[in-house]
Design a protein around this ligand. Sequence first.
Ligand SMILES: Cc1cc2nc3c(=O)[nH]c(=O)nc-3n(C[C@H](O)[C@H](O)[C@H](O)COP(=O)(O)OP(=O)(O)OC[C@H]3O[C@@H](n4cnc5c(N)ncnc54)[C@H](O)[C@@H]3O)c2cc1C
Length: 369
Amino acid sequence: MFNNAEWPNLVRLYDHIGVEYVPVDLSKSYSFFGEKSFLNLDASYRPKLSLSLLSKNVRQISADADKMMSQVSDLPGVGNGLTLREYLNVNQFSDTFVFEFLYPSLSSTVCTCSYQALDNYPASLLLNSLAGIIGNDLSDSRSLMRTRFGSLDVARRLAKNVADIRFGTTVVSATVESNQVKIVFDNGERQSEASFDHLIVATQANQSSQFLPALTEVERNTLNSFQYENIETIIHTDESQMPADQSNWAHFNFVICPEASMCSVWMNRFNHDSPFDGNVFQTISPINDVADEQVLTRETLQRPIVNQASAKAWEAIASFHREPDRRIWFCGSYATSGVPLLESGLVSSLNVAEAIGIEIPELLSPSLV
Ligand SMILES: Cc1cc2nc3c(=O)[nH]c(=O)nc-3n(C[C@H](O)[C@H](O)[C@H](O)COP(=O)(O)OP(=O)(O)OC[C@H]3O[C@@H](n4cnc5c(N)ncnc54)[C@H](O)[C@@H]3O)c2cc1C
């Protein structure tokens, strides 16, 4: 998902290459496992019912959410290097708000990470990004969208003018020799070699260091300083992962246990042209396992986590890219400032293009964010 406010380059790129996108129905439910939902929201983080009709906890969540969103830019604590946990403590946000709303929302959508990683997120960076995603107003620039025909359509459009694409091929080693980068490929059957003027490494940071034997110690330490967490994602038909009462089911369903939470996306609602007859869900970070016979597919993904050390690593990458005669470049959502999302991945590619001296189309710019 993306919007104009937080993903300005991505939206311009999609427009430029003809990717179609549609608004996402942002209905959300919040419930404890096996119970009815205690909060249902539309696009806004504000409940639909008037305050007097809401439970005490929901009134507290609503008041704290308003406080956070209205004061993101000037609350004491934001912008002065506090972690999210420190910021929440200093500003006395209630546990109800944090553990029944904020952390469930962030841990399975915006940041897709554990509560411990959320505690350590730089508050200023995360809250400013959050304001761009949900904000105070629901202007068009904040409406979240999704691509109409999925990532495969985007990949095909982006790759249209690329002459040589090798699928199912792993880069097993890359070394710099006489200002050329020698790559060894492995397609599962045989190994082959080729030399290039430049290598843009667009794998995760923790994968890059495995096939780059010639990294300097500083480069290796920098790449290794980016930490990743595993995210389990299951697509399944198990209705017990959803709120107990089907009339509470929303598009995004946050189910909470004391120490963690999960989000189940009701896929039949997410994709209007869903090919499934029965209900199908995508559960991110499932708390309870789903029986094999109800699983359609299961993937473990990884997402970089951001903490107080990230700024130093982002600056180190920028400084590597300023070195004269550089041949190996680092690109990806982890590699530049921000919550690691598609926009930061795209911005990091613009940074690399600028550093190599490739002309960037006028419509795109790292400074749009
Ligand atoms: C559950 C979940 C939901 C998300 N939702 C959103 C969202 O709504 N909006 C958003 O903006 N972002 C979202 N993200 C984040 C987004 O998906 C990532 O930021 C983005 O995919 C990162 O792109 P990347 O190009 O940096 O890295 P990747 O997508 O990880 O690409 C790296 C590629 O390198 C390949 N590779 C690795 N090693 C080698 C090798 N040796 N040789 C050849 N190839 C190799 C890998 O196979 C992989 O294809 C979500 C992430 C998760 C996990």
